[in-house]
Design a protein around this ligand. Structure first.
Ligand code: PHB
Length: 394
């Protein structure tokens, strides 16, 4: 039986809650915001996943680890860059851990799994790397935002640069999966428009690094230049094998900037000299914002940040801005998405805004490897926006 005293206490509690505006549904707003981190923490993209994760956490730490006044709690899944487990892993975060947002991932194939779950459940999805076109083109969604790039964005400006250097015939080489194929689309569009000819397209399955036969083929074709998409551990191996095959310096090597990003250590740098790439970031960008970010990151994590850290950091900045606009009430979706759509991100890469399809509108820098740096030579494309083809949002 309920005693009179208990009834009175409960009534007082309810009245008290009502007078402070804390009606039961709003009281849930005092619970911690649950953030799902889905990244490759192992495998060829492990370093990339860790950098995204670090960057995101750093952005939140800078603001007292709170989102719109609410505490946060992290949940973590290693997606191993394994597309076959993408849906299952995203569901672990959504169904088991009941996260309010998924931050992830690196690999385009795995992102497809997250994207499916995001579209089905409506969970907020912020993509700090994977560039698959569909996420911000035909399958764009109100609850999906990207702080990185589309796969064809970094390579779009590459062809023009190569033609300016007189490289009229090129070989394209990549891993055969969404990221490589779509980077190839961007390269082709820009290079053909500038008057170039792609004499051969070569590929191997992700994450294979048996480049020897393909390098022999390149040597026999003798193109004016080679352009490629590789990344992480595989990119490092490609650069070393390219040099070991005697091609470095003979047939100039170009790529989207992932090729040399975060990889230029004492061991790799000698093989990478002169490689030219296009990307939306470089460690060597001489701005106060970039300097401050790099110093803080190096202090916090005892390692140097790269483009992946920047993209993770910007994912944090984006969520901070969104959550602030709704005072931490992430269920207020309309206001949350509007704030995120209108966000101006003061990024270490330079300020950027969201396209209508929820992908960054950003500058692409031309970079060349000198010593252990991707030295910025200039802006290869100003305020570059992906086409967002097929995206119908608001
Ligand atoms: C991707 O799979 O979308 C991807 C992976 C690594 C990169 C860039 C894109 O560096």
């Amino acid at each position: 039986m309920t005693s009179r005293r208990q009834v009175l206490t409960r009534t007082a509690a309810i009245l008290g809650a009502a007078s402070t505006g804390l009606v039961p549904s709003a009281r849930a707003q005092n619970a911690k915001i649950r953030i799902g981190m889905m990244f490759p923490y192992t495998g060829t993209f492990a370093q990339l996943g860790l950098a995204c994760d670090n960057g995101f956490r750093m952005a939140l730490e800078e603001k007292g680890n709170k989102l719109g006044g609410r505490e946060i709690e992290y949940f973590k899944v290693d997606d191993e860059s394994e597309p076959a487990k993408g849906v299952e892993n995203a569901n672990k975060l959504v169904q088991r851990d009941k996260v309010d947002a998924i931050i992830g991932t690196v690999h385009s194939g795995v992102q497809m799994g997250i994207h499916k779950v995001a579209r089905e459940t409506g969970v907020l999805s912020i993509i700090p790397n994977a560039g698959l076109h569909a996420a911000t083109r035909a399958l764009c969604a109100p609850n999906v935002f990207r702080t990185s790039f589309t796969n064809s964005q970094p390579t779009l400006a590459l062809g023009k640069v190569m033609m300016e250097k007189g490289h009229k015939k090129a070989v394209w080489i990549t891993w055969k999966y969404a990221a490589g194929d779509e980077a190839g689309e961007g390269f082709k569009e820009g290079y053909l428009a500038a008057g170039g000819t792609i004499v051969k397209e070569l590929g191997l399955p992700f994450p294979n690094v048996e480049f020897q036969a393909l390098l022999t083929e390149i040597a026999s074709i003798k193109p004016d230049a080679v352009a490629c998409f590789f990344s992480g551990g595989g990119a490092s191996k490609f650069i070393r094998d390219y040099a070991a095959a005697g091609l470095a310096g003979k047939i100039p090597l170009y790529g989207s900037g992932f090729l040399t990003e975060g990889l230029l250590d004492d061991e790799l740098a000698p093989s990478a000299q002169g490689i030219m790439t296009t990307l939306h970031y470089s460690a060597s960008l001489a701005t106060k914002r970039n300097d401050a970010f790099r110093l803080a990151y190096a202090k916090r994590f005892k390692m140097q940040p790269d483009v992946y850290a920047v993209q993770g950091y910007d994912a944090g900045q984006l969520l901070l801005q969104g959550a602030a606009a709704v005072n931490g009430d992430l269920t207020n979706k309309k206001a949350l998405y509007t704030a995120m759509e209108n966000a101006v991100i003061d990024s270490p890469r330079g300020k950027w805004t969201m396209s209508k399809a929820h992908n960054p509108v950003q500058d692409m820098y031309l970079r060349v490897v000198k010593g252990k740096e991707n030295v910025v030579l200039g802006v290869a494309a100003k305020a570059l926006s992906d086409s967002g083809a097929g995206c119908k949002l608001g």
